[in-house]
Design a protein around this ligand. Structure first.
Ligand code: GLU
Ligand code: MG
Length: 450
């Protein structure tokens, strides 16, 4: 039996001319995948979901299935859509798309599914009276195809007005497409790298921020593909040029007020904010395995590139993992936020956001002693000075970050033992695959996949 609400949704979609419904999930590769069901055949799939083989969560970005007990050719999970996430694709107006959660045959949510973990950690904050706002600030590189090679499109210098002029023939349409899937762009500009652009969007609740991150990349890639260009969000698609970050901004609110703000602090950061940052830094090595989760990610995280290379924090410091951005005059309380720069778009966003929030929550609970912010690029200090100030380098390889993740009990609790075990195996398969490839080959393969 269809619930009244579900029947109303189907009728409404039918009236709007929708013929196809996408059931999308995101696995540990960070790549959205899914199945499409015809609206005419939808039956009770909106509530019971669609079947997906149990092997899929153990898949790498090359569709290699790693060996995990229970995740193999036998048996099915269900992909059950979150109806609140429904949007119509701007470039395919007869197709509605929905984000799904993994469930078992009895309808129980699977705790290895990052989207499920994110909802659980947000509920923890809610119990403490916190509302969370988060968003991604994505950089991406545009290429044009010439014969058999890819050349950066519009490779002007950073923030160049001339490069802006070369975007206005497509920008309004792109922005419109993003708005059509519920995304609220706030800025757009040419960045430092050849063909590099940036498009920050407005903050939302964490689950929507995860959904938006997936859809933003999809809409942008499709838009440029339709315009004979090619967009990649890979962290380091071009070894000779600036890297693509997907910085994450976050703020905590209580009763409608941003509780990260304190007018009297040197960083304008409240005690709650310091505890949250303390939690992030306590878990930063493990977190990195979630927010910078590919071999290509570590080609990006080099000192001197504004991508962050050190496990510390500072006011508007672009060389450290956590930047405390300046607030805006006239809107200081609302604009206060914390930015994680050590993050890129190869991550599963639900995994990244849930990892961040559970680390932050630990900080809030344990009230970790506030650290001293760093107001220089750590690379300019001597090794002794860095040691004295306890400024550590971030893990320099995916393998090192995974080793930290494996030992992190907070992350294991957040994503389940099975989730962490599967994630680590999937990522180790990537490490093994890229082991004998050149830096250029690694960059090129990630450019093409992400
Ligand atoms: N492109 C830099 C990165 O890889 C960020 C530059 C900036 O916007 O500060 O994160
Ligand atoms: Mg930028």
């Amino acid at each position: 039996m269809l619930g009244e609400n579900t029947k109303n949704i189907i009728d409404h979609l039918d009236e709007q001319g929708i013929e196809l419904l996408e059931f999308i999930y995101v696995d540990y590769t960070g790549i959205p995948r899914g199945k499409t069901i015809f609206l005419s055949e939808i039956g009770n799939h909106l509530s019971s979901g669609t079947g997906i083989t149990k092997a899929m969560p153990a898949s790498t970005m090359r569709d290699e299935i790693v060996s995990i007990e229970g995740m193999n050719a036998v048996g099915e999970y269900r992909l059950v859509p979150d109806l609140r996430s429904l949007q119509i694709l701007p470039y395919a107006p007869t197709v509605a798309t929905m984000m799904c959660d993994y469930r078992d045959q009895d309808g129980c949510k699977m705790e290895f599914d990052p989207r499920v973990s994110l909802q659980a950690v947000v509920a923890e904050y809610k119990k403490l009276g916190f509302e969370i706002k988060m968003t991604y600030e994505n950089e991406f590189t545009l290429y044009q195809k010439t014969d058999n090679s890819l050349e950066p499109y519009n490779p002007k210098i950073c923030f160049a007005a001339e490069a802006m002029d070369n975007t206005y023939h497509f920008l309004p349409k792109l922005i419109k497409n993003l708005r059509k899937v519920g995304i609220d762009p706030v800025e757009y500009y040419p960045e430092a790298g050849a063909g590099q652009h940036e498009l920050p969007i407005a903050p939302t609740d964490p689950l929507t921020a995860g959904d938006n991150e997936i859809r933003l990349k999809r809409v942008i890639k499709k838009f440029f593909a339709d315009n004979e260009l090619y967009a990649t969000f890979a962290p380091k698609p071009n070894l000779k040029s600036a890297s693509n970050g997907a910085h994450i901004h976050m703020s905590l609110w209580k009763d409608g007020t941003n509780v990260l703000y304190n007018r009297d602090d040197q960083l304008e950061l409240s005690q709650i904010g310091y505890y949250f940052v303390g939690g992030l830094l306590q878990h930063i090595d493990a977190l990195l395995a979630l927010t910078c989760p590919t071999v290509n990610s570590y080609q990006r995280l080099q000192p001197g590139h504004w991508s962050s290379a050190y496990a510390t924090f500072g006011k508007d410091n672009r060389e450290v993992a956590i930047r405390i951005p300046s607030t805006f005059r006239g809107d200081r309380t609302n604009s206060m936020n914390i930015e994680l720069k050590a993050s890129d778009a190869t991550a599963n966003p639900y995994l990244a956001l849930a990892g961040i929030l559970s680390a932050g929550l630990e900080g809030l609970k344990n009230k970790k002693a506030p650290l001293t912010p760093v107001d220089v690029a750590p690379e300019t200090l001597t090794e002794d000075m860095r040691r004295e100030k306890k400024i550590n380098r971030l893990p320099q390889s995916l393998g090192d970050a995974l080793a930290a993740l494996k030992k992190d009990s907070v992350m294991i609790k957040t994503f389940s033992k099975l989730g962490i075990e599967t994630y680590i195996k999937v990522k180790q398969a990537d490490i093994a695959y890229f082991e004998n490839k050149t830096a250029e080959e690694i960059a090129a393969e990630h450019r093409d996949i992400y």
